[in-house]
Design a protein around this ligand. Structure first.
Ligand code: NAI
Ligand code: MG
Length: 508
């Protein structure tokens, strides 16, 4: 039987926290009508952390009706932007107050380092909400001259899209939630958020803060559910105006299809990647360790479960041996940092699920079978928990599965190259185009390379840094549309053109 009663969780660091377990609709936690549930599991102990309600199509109908009602009555054009901004800022303040429990909960549900979750995931999510709070009252149209006699005018109004379904993955629940709800709520849309079935808890805990911040009921609904149940019901719903999705390319395709076959709801997609990271000989090798660090943060952070992970490393022949030596040194530090996500200085923990761990192991096995060499790692953790240790694979060819496909684990594939021309061709030889990074101290080379890399974001002499002000999204099959920055507001607004003839009303 589905329940909506809160569960008390005890953390490895002694923290105790009650977490709601119901679907969050109309500012209340309620059980699923059909009694469906999700077991959220702790990937360290492989034990059930909490049983939460899981939305089925009937619950989704209720959530959509609540969201539509809120849009028509208390949100959308019924509340000034400045008030929406105040509410978003209040939510950000509450998240700041609760950074430690929210960060710990993210780590407990997902398996990531609690220290990193508190120091990175939460502050970045908070910054994102504040950024969009500021935009809430700065969304406006244009006045357009159309008639030189002055009898007619035209203008545009920028209006909210309406009811938006937002489907997020499990790798950064709170950060992805902020990226999604920030621009949507700022623009005046109402939101139905579907967190991943693997990590429903941080989003439900955050829903409590939505009430405390004072958002009216129905503005933010949160419906944990399985993708092919609640997710599919949202994407094919006839009264949902838009779906925003982050996750795998395969699911992205299904979502576009469901949108097309239902009501042509607007779609934005942030999908996977297989991002190249290039070390040119012209990079300042005195900064070798810094480049290594950036490689490792780029691929081992969050156990490699990161859409922009720089998983294809290309090192120019002249500096290859020296660079690999540094790389191995720093990989050892990462391995030592993997373990209990709540340990002091923890860099990583287990992968999110057994399926994910087995998928990563199968990729590494495929590399072995295809003749690549395991330069470092290549092992599961011996013992409980879905761990896979940091791994570096060499002697790869461009057609190997580990070079072509997104692994979503702590696995780096390394290729030696000779010329700039060669590495640009290798880097662009992908169906993905989310991120790309390179290190070079030659300004002309930097200009040439950054212009030619086929990716939505290019990092020069760093890797992976994101800011709420800077748009983020994919070239090729890495997605459609941009999140963050002013671009994200366009995902949640539509333009109404107003043409006005006032010659008949002029004074005689
Ligand atoms: P997924 O893309 O299936 O799941 C992401 C979200 O989509 C979850 O909330 C899920 O419930 C929902 N979903 C699944 N099927 C759906 C459907 N038919 N309609 C609507 N929503 C649906 O990813 P999954 O299965 O968790 O992981 C598989 C692989 O996807 C990973 O190994 C990784 O390669 C990739 N992935 C990429 C992410 C990224 O940020 N680029 C995030 C998560 C996974
Ligand atoms: Mg979990």
């Amino acid at each position: 039987m589905s329940t909506s009663l809160p569960t008390l969780l005890t953390f490895p660091n002694g923290r105790e926290l009650t977490v709601p377990t119901g679907l969050f609709i109309d500012n209340k936690f309620v059980p699923s009508i059909e009694g469906a549930t999700i077991q959220s599991i702790n990937p360290v102990t492989e034990e059930v952390l909490a049983v939460v309600s899981s939305a089925t199509a009937k619950d989704i109908d209720i959530a959509v009706a609540s969201s539509r009602h809120a849009f028509r009555t208390v949100w959308g054009r019924n509340i000034p932007g400045v008030e929406r901004g105040k509410l978003l800022n209040r939510l950000a303040d509450l998240m700041e107050r609760d950074t430690d429990p929210l960060g710990d909960l993210e780590a407990l549900d997902n398996g990531k380092s609690a220290e990193v979750a508190r120091a990175v995931d939460l502050p970045e999510a908070i910054a994102c909400l504040r950024y969009y709070a500021g935009w809430s009252d700065k969304i406006f149209g244009q006045t357009i001259e159309v008639d030189d006699k002055g009898h007619k005018s035209a203008s545009t109004r920028i209006e909210p899209l309406g009811v938006c379904a937002q489907i997020i993955p499990w790798n950064y629940t709170i950060m992805m939630l902020a990226w999604k709800i920030g621009p949507a709520l700022a623009a005046g849309c109402t939101v139905i958020l579907k967190p991943s079935e693997l990590t429903p808890l941080p989003a439900l805990k955050l829903a409590e803060l939505v009430v405390e911040a004072g958002f009216p009921p129905g503005v933010f609904n949160c419906v944990p559910s399985f993708g092919d149940v609640g997710g599919a019901a949202l994407t094919s719903h006839l009264d949902v105006d838009k779906v925003a999705f982050t996750g795998s390319t395969a699911t992205g395709r299904k979502i576009m299809q469901a949108a097309a076959l239902s009501n042509l709801k607007k779609v934005t997609l942030e999908l996977g990647g297989k991002s190249p990271h290039i070390i040119f000989a012209s990079a300042n090798l005195k900064e070798g360790p810094r480049s290594c660090e950036s490689c490792h943060w780029g691929v081992f952070l969050n156990q490699g479960q990161d859409c922009v992970a720089g998983t294809r490393l290309y090192v120019q022949a002249k500096v290859y041996d020296a660079f690999i030596e540094e790389l191995l040194h720093s990989a050892k530090e990462w391995t030592a940092g993997y373990g209990d996500p709540f340990a002091e200085g923890a860099l990583g923990g287990p992968l999110v699920s057994e399926v994910q761990r087995d998928k990563v192991a199968a990729y590494v096995d495929s590399a072995r079978a295809e003749g690549a060499s395991i330069v470092y790692g290549g092992e599961r953790w011996q013992g409980k928990g879905w761990y896979y240790l940091p791994t570096i694979i060499g002697d790869v060819t461009p057609t190997m599965k580990v070079v072509k496909e997104e692994i979503f684990g702590p696995v780096l594939v390394v290729t030696k190259f000779e010329t700039e021309e060669e590495v640009i061709a290798l880097a662009n030889d992908s169906t993905y185009g989310l991120g790309a990074g390179f290190h070079s101290n030659d300004a002309n080379q930097c200009q040439r390379v950054l212009a030619r890399l086929e990716a939505g974001t290019v990092w020069v002499n760093q890797y992976g840094q994101l800011y709420p002000q800077v748009p983020f999204g994919g070239y090729k099959q890495s997605g459609m549309g941009r999140e963050l920055g002013t671009y994200a507001l366009e995902n949640y607004t539509q333009v109404k053109s107003v043409l006005w003839d006032y010659s008949g009303g002029s004074a005689q």
